[in-house]
Write a protein that binds this ligand. Structure first.
Ligand SMILES: Cc1cc2nc3c(=O)[nH]c(=O)nc-3n(C[C@H](O)[C@H](O)[C@H](O)COP(=O)(O)OP(=O)(O)OC[C@H]3O[C@@H](n4cnc5c(N)ncnc54)[C@H](O)[C@@H]3O)c2cc1C
Length: 350
């Protein structure tokens, strides 16, 4: 697609980085009537939401991320109406399956009763416990998602969430936020099936089963999968980014690829523009938004001279999470899992 579009005058804002977060921000700003230029360092849009031919001719692989429950759950993304710009979601018959070495299989389905039946095969009482977990989620889903997706501090939705949880529920949720998922699963369930659905999802969020906070992420991803599935865009992950770009361009935004920002210009404590590789300066009337990592934003683009000493010390404590290794295969046919229940799942955990 054509990514460039002529631009007149000083823009209201420059967005640095065309990852999906930068693309969403750029869309919200043009909706608010702002004149926006989006600068992307690479020739590609989407950052880690991108699809390409890397294995065999004609075979398209998602190069990084692949499924997006939070995207379909997000009131912000829904409000953009991306279907009008070509985005279509699709689902595997089952959300995910965790296969044990003896071919037993725990299956997460968008149908609570199907998930309950799967975990009951490991321990009959776990069907009831899973239903209760899903019921608890249904009672707070709306307020929790509003809290997650509202600008910080999300005081109003957080207050509604607390009142939906009640005093006891809020304390239990606070405890869940710091609990390792192994302990959480052991407390709730008797069988390995339900426990592994929670733990596998925590691992998927790059958190180890004994790590503090892994219970919250395992629970959140499992409940998102239960409620929304793990949807994928038809045509690959890149379609999510491309539909955001199409919408942004249709609303008058300008995208400049192969335009790495080398610095953010600061005057009297405010961002007033950006400096591109090659020396071009783009001034802004209102704001610079950055969809890049915190060390890159503050360390490289803003520069420590503009930061308070305490903030610089906080930044020194920044730690990357564990790296991810990804292997792409081009297969002639779907994998013939010997665990039959795994065959309909879009995500397999082993
Ligand atoms: C292997 C892998 C698998 C994943 N799987 C999933 C998954 O299945 N589901 C899910 O929800 N999440 C998944 N994630 C996480 C998810 O992809 C990321 O959290 C998300 O893509 C981050 O988006 P972003 O817009 O914040 O940043 P990014 O996608 O990192 O985009 C940042 C953009 O900014 C550009 N940029 C950087 N510096 C500059 C500069 N100086 N000037 C101009 N441009 C610049 C970059 O080139 C890039 O295009 C996965 C991540 C990885 C790596």
């Amino acid at each position: 697609m054509e990514h460039e579009r002529g631009h007149r005058g000083t823009p209201d804002a420059v967005v640095i980085g065309a990852g999906h977060n930068g693309l969403v921000a750029a869309n919200l700003l043009v909706d608010a009537g702002w004149d926006v230029v989006l600068c992307e360092a690479t020739p590609y849009l989407g950052g880690a939401v991108r699809t390409g031919e890397v294995t065999a001719p004609g075979y398209r692989s998602d190069l990084f991320s692949a499924f997006y429950p939070l995207a379909v759950a997000s009131p912000v993304l829904r409000s953009l109406g991306l279907a009008d710009f070509g985005l279509r979601w699709t689902h595997a018959p089952q959300v995910l399956a965790h296969v044990f070495p003896d071919d037993r299989c725990a299956v997460l389905s968008r149908d609570v009763e199907e998930t309950a039946a799967s975990v009951a095969a490991f321990a009959p009482g776990d069907a009831r416990a899973w239903r209760e977990l899903a019921q608890e989620w249904a009672g707070i889903e709306h307020d929790l998602l509003q809290t997650l997706f509202s600008p910080l501090p999300a005081l109003r939705p957080a207050r509604r969430l607390l009142s939906a949880l009640g005093a006891g529920g809020a304390l239990r949720m606070a405890r869940r936020a710091v609990l390792p998922v192994r302990r959480f699963g052991d407390e709730l369930f008797d069988g390995e099936g339900a426990r592994i659905l929670l733990a596998g999802n925590a691992l998927h969020a790059d958190l180890p089963p004994d790590g503090a906070g892994s219970a919250l992420y395992g629970w959140l991803l499992a409940m998102l999968g239960q409620s929304f599935g793990f949807p994928v865009p038809v045509g690959g992950a890149g379609e999510l980014s491309e539909s955001l770009a199409r919408r942004f361009l249709a609303h008058g935004g300008e995208i400049r690829t192969e335009s790495p920002v080398e610095g953010i210009e600061v005057s009297a404590g405010e961002a007033v523009g950006v400096r591109l590789a090659g020396g071009e300066r783009v001034r802004v009337r209102r704001a610079v938004l950055a969809d890049v990592t915190a060390p890159k934003l503050y360390g490289d683009l803003v520069g420590s001279a503009h930061l308070p000493a305490r903030f610089r010390r906080d930044l020194e404590a920044f730690k990357w999470d564990t790296p991810t290794l990804k292997i792409d295969w081009a297969l002639r046919a779907p994998v013939s899992w010997t665990a039959l229940a795994a065959r309909g799942a879009g995500t397999i955990l082993l």
